[in-house]
Ligand binder design. Structure first.
Ligand SMILES: Cc1cc2nc3c(=O)[nH]c(=O)nc-3n(C[C@H](O)[C@H](O)[C@H](O)COP(=O)(O)OP(=O)(O)OC[C@H]3O[C@@H](n4cnc5c(N)ncnc54)[C@H](O)[C@@H]3O)c2cc1C
Length: 432
């Protein structure tokens, strides 16, 4: 028996919950299929001490607040609990423990056949909400010789998990800098390989950077400048939140290095680009401060001046070192943590919607295959798209698109669905 459902949403993370919210309020029948638990990635795909990178007042959906200080940073468990509570509040029809194993276009019929670990479903519409960070990626630079243990940041949990000895952390986005800092605080020798990054101030003139990016319209930036997808942001909500400054990390005793580029005879080689990466990160910070100052003065806001935030001091000493190698044996480095990002995994999606690089072909989440949608991807429609507050708005747009399509289908079936009132009221009409 094949079940029939109007919309199947694949994935019950924040994107799937947001999608359910908007489909539900538009009166569109749907189910959400989640192979684990609601917001599983927040529970089991992150390290133990992780807290949200944005404050509780901001990194949330409208309509439900976190049960903590709004300026505080919820733990990963609190974030997962928040989405579970949200799903309960809206009575989201989420089926947990059901994995989608294949989606393909139905032959000679509208919609899709969705095969799952719990049977088949025919759906007119499918929303792919399986997350932007499915498969860890790291370059195959260091061979698996047993000399060091290598793991991706998605498998890192805590310092005790690693064999005694020094650690090389590769990647200076939010994950890399937070993991390096935690490892150093646990007493280890830590080497941090730093690539291009941006580093906004945690707070400036009394406001968190998420506020500044909001009022300056940066979360809503729709067209990424060339390469913008690849510039990682280094921020942290750890210990109440602080600005990431590589000078501070060096002062903690972390050895800073350039990009990791090669390995030979037990030695890792690094590009001599640390100075350049630090300078570009500093420039990103200073330019945001300047934009913030201009906004304050243009709008006559009464926010305390913070001239000291503009004074960054000398570049970290590591930036002027001439040695760009790390001898694993000599430095007693026993582990490498690759904080180098993720890619998607659409092996189960057997519909012709991916380009030659395996990336979805879509416009604001509306794929090139009618009836199939993507949600939660970085820059899906704007900079905020893969973040908690951004996905909510993209989900609303996709629910609208589905409502519009239902209107066309219904017309052909002698009914009318008013897609334009937002709640897709079903209006039975007589045949003309
Ligand atoms: C370390 C880290 C920290 C972050 N911190 C923040 C932050 O502070 N604030 C913020 O706004 N964003 C943050 N993000 C970004 C983003 O909010 C998260 O990555 C978030 O988990 C993305 O939600 P999602 O629903 O799109 O994807 P996911 O959370 O990955 O959810 C996708 C779901 O789909 C399920 N799934 C996958 N394949 C299938 C299948 N075939 N069948 C059924 N189910 C399937 C998975 O089990 C998963 O539960 C962070 C990301 C990382 C990696």
């Amino acid at each position: 028996m094949t079940e029939e459902v109007e919309v199947v949403v694949v994935g019950g993370g924040q994107a799937g919950v947001a999608m359910s919210e908007h489909l539900g309020s538009a009166g569109i029948p749907h189910i959400v299929l989640e192979r684990g638990r609601i917001a599983e990635k927040w529970r089991t795909g992150r390290w133990d001490s992780l807290v949200a990178n944005g404050p509780a007042w901001h990194d949330r959906f409208p309509g439900l607040e976190f049960d903590i200080d709004p300026d505080g940073f919820p733990s990963k468990e609190q974030v997962a609990d928040y989405f579970a509570a949200y799903a309960e509040k809206i009575s989201a029809p989420i089926r947990c423990g059901v994995e989608v194993t294949r989606v393909r276009k139905r032959a000679g019929a509208p919609g899709f056949r969705v095969e799952t670990s719990d049977g088949s479903i025919d759906a007119r519409f499918v929303v792919v909400a399986t997350g932007p960070f499915q498969r860890p990626v790291f370059p195959a630079i260091i061979p698996e010789t047993g000399m060091v243990a290598q793991l991706h940041s998605s498998s890192y949990r805590n310092p005790e998990q690693l064999a005694p000895g020094g650690v090389l952390v590769v990647g200076a986005g939010s994950s890399g800098v937070q993991i390096a800092s935690e490892l150093r605080a646990s007493g280890r020798q830590v080497y941090l390989s730093v690539g291009p990054h941006e580093r906004p101030p945690r707070r400036y003139r009394g406001r968190d950077f998420v506020w500044w990016l909001g009022v300056l319209g940066k979360w809503d930036a729709v067209t990424p400048p060339r390469g913008a997808e690849h510039v990682t942001i280094a921020v942290s909500g750890a210990n109440g939140g602080h600005t990431i400054d590589f000078r501070d990390l060096e002062a903690q005793g972390i050895h800073l290095l350039g990009r990791t580029i090669g390995f030979e005879d037990g030695r890792v080689r690094f590009a001599s680009d640390l100075r350049e990466s630090i300078a570009a990160g500093d420039a990103s910070l200073l330019s945001l401060l300047e934009e913030a100052d201009a906004y304050v003065s243009d709008n006559g806001l009464d926010l305390p001046e913070e001239p000291e935030a503009h004074r960054l001091g000398a570049a970290p000493a590591g930036a002027s070192k001439s040695a760009h190698e790390l001898d694993f044996a000599g430095a007693e480095v026993k582990s490498v943590v690759w904080a180098t990002g993720y890619t998607t995994d659409y092996t189960w999606l057997q519909v012709d919607v991916l380009d030659q690089n395996g990336r979805p072909r879509h416009q604001r989440g509306v794929s090139v295959e009618p009836g199939l949608y993507f949600l939660g991807l970085p820059w899906l429609s704007r900079r905020g798209s893969s973040f908690i507050w951004g996905v909510w708005h993209d989900a609303k747009y996709i629910a609208d698109q589905i409502a519009i399509q239902r209107g066309y289908f219904a017309y052909g079936e002698g009914r009318m669905v008013d897609a334009f009132e937002g709640d897709a009221v079903l209006a039975e009409v007589r045949e003309r």
